[in-house]
Design a protein around this ligand. Structure first.
Ligand code: MD3
Ligand code: FE
Length: 204
């Protein structure tokens, strides 16, 4: 048994199977308007393991030339991001304790074998708002540490329908995804995992 750092909250099975399927249906509409793209690392141009897209007024993107940033338009289509689905706005209202709506919902798609190296989410301006994440599809082994890269890490399996809230002292903690357990869920017909992160970007 290990305890999560202060400010982290794991809500396993927050969304039941029906709610997961409904969320997936709305995400299909999001991806139809804002197709998944492959971000690249600042300076090196190395591709990310995951594919991404966004919904909401601002989306998180990264490329070799301009680095990590939020912007109002899709990097490939040049179109505005679609709206954040109602179920997710409701989730934020219920759990964020924050007076303003989220501005970004980053959608990460993990095919089998994808991972996400340890990083801190620090491209936002308002750190008083939490980050709220929703996992769908295959289980992932996720880690969360402290404010320094070398701090001790706690590992948690994030399953389909789980919600994870990062706030307070953990808002800038290092975290990442070590691996995805292929075949652990049948929610996604082609397998893999989707993670949604709701974020406030600007000061409300
Ligand atoms: C802990 N996504 O998109 S979500 C990301 O499962 C990201 O795709 C992971 O890290 C994923 O940036 C983890 C849970 C999460 C989100 C933000 C955090 C954990 C966090 C911020 C601080 C500490
Ligand atoms: Fe992150």
């Amino acid at each position: 048994m290990s305890t999560l750092p202060s400010g982290c909250c794991h809500l396993p099975g927050f969304f039941d199977e029906n709610a997961q399927a409904a969320l997936l249906t709305t995400l299909r509409d999001v991806v139809a308007v804002a197709p998944l793209f492959k971000p690249t690392m600042p300076r090196t141009g190395k591709p990310f393991s995951v594919d991404m897209t966004n919904c909401g007024p601002l989306g998180w993107v990264s490329d070799k030339e301009r680095g990590y940033r939020y912007q109002a338009t899709h990097p490939v289509t040049g179109q505005p991001w679609p709206a954040i689905p109602a179920q997710l706005l409701e989730l934020w209202r219920g759990l964020s304790s924050y007076a303003h709506p989220p501005e970004a919902c980053l959608v990460n798609y993990y095919a089998a074998g994808c991972k996400m190296g340890s990083h801190a989410d620090i491209d936002e301006k308002d750190f008083s708002a939490p980050v709220i994440s929703v996992s769908l599809g295959d289980d992932a082994v996720f880690h969360v540490g402290g404010l320094k890269r070398g701090d001790a890490k706690v590992r948690v399996t994030l399953g389909s329908g789980d919600v994870f809230i990062l706030g307070g002292p953990s808002r800038k903690a290092y975290h990442g995804v070590d691996r995805v357990l292929a075949g652990s869920s049948c929610l996604l017909p082609k397998g893999g995992r989707i993670n949604l992160t709701l974020r406030r970007v600007t000061i409300g």
